[in-house]
Design a binder for this molecule. Sequence first.
Ligand code: AMP
Ligand code: MG
Length: 422
Amino acid sequence: MPTLTITEASCADDYDPNSMPVAKARAFIHQFLSPVTGVLRVPVRSALGRVLAEDLLTPFDVPSHRNSAMDGWAVRATDLAAEGESNLREVGASFAGKPFSGAMGRGECVRIMTGGVVPEGADTVVMQERAKANGKAVAIASGAKLGQNVREAGEDMKAGSVALKRGRIVRPAELGLVASLGIGEVAVYRPLRVAFFSTGDELKSVGTALGEGEIYDSNRYTIHGMLTRLGCEVLDMGVVRDDPELLERAFETAASNADVVITSGGVSVGEADFVKSMLGKLGEVVFWKIAMKPGRPLAYGRISGAHFFGLPGNPVSVMVTFYQFVRDALLVLMGAHPVEAAPTFGATCTSRLKKAPGRTEFQRGILGRAPDGTLTVRPTGEQGSGILKSMSEANCFIILGDATGNVEAGTRVEVQLLEGIV
Ligand code: AMP
Ligand code: MG
């Protein structure tokens, strides 16, 4: 644990005494994060989405033998004339998995297929499009370079080298890579256990009738989805009323059953006070007004050894604060290394955006292409922090930095994709 205690986290900032810049809050949280220590050995396929807890070494050279990158003929470069065709005699064939067993002499060639072992005596593969065969007589066009189309043993990875580092998140490519090394089981970090609940007297769970002024609890569903996508083990604790005793009990249960506790609602100015005093008894928690929109109020701290993220109640704010603060933090706790924020890139905004300087805004956008191929982005429409449809329609965030004011149509803005392809 760092020496800095959570209570030293000040809301003070050069800009506005009540406003914590996004990057500062993120950096503050990160000093308290260290990965889970539990490790499991699992069959390769079950490692999908988990984090490797060991360096995986290559047990042999990859590829393990010199082989052809093309269908064609294996030849000796010195047998080929500098100009015109060279006539060689085919003495056998080397297919993938069925090598040529003899040795190849001067003036000879071997029919070879992609992946076939390059025979002794051959040093070059001429692709079939550059040769004409007439029975065993093969006429090879000039222009082949020594070593062409030959994949050397160990060219991809040398025996004993690190194929995959500890901390790597296993994706389909890693499953294949591990299998290509003949490794059937890998060590991964145990899943992170995350308990969460919603707070608010107005909230009803799906399946019950709504009374006057009541709404359905949607945050528990988005949080469930976001956590499950990350590969966390989730513990959904339902809705907890705005009642200090019930809340205290819920926090205690959550913290003693999980590595991380996430709540939504109850951290805004009007509601935070009793949550604050209660959490003061159970642990150390800071409440911030982050200089961002949506998602201004946010709490972070430790409760009985568990990490605590108190997210705002508004449905869009929950998702934005999760993606901008909680996601990266959970990845670190899951053992992932390095953890980088989802990348951002530039796009031309096709409409005017209203924006006040002094805070970072995460507007919801839809990426497209102008007729000339330029990447464009437009907002999803109304950007209220309660309009969950704006998240559903969006495929990216439009990130407008602290210093930015209104954005005119045609301006380049930073965007961040919500979905990746793997
Ligand atoms: P709060 O942060 O508790 O003041 O809530 C801010 C707004 O978000 C209020 O309009 C709440 O009704 C709404 N809200 C809070 N929690 C949820 C939830 N779990 N699902 C849907 N809306 C919520
Ligand atoms: Mg509330």
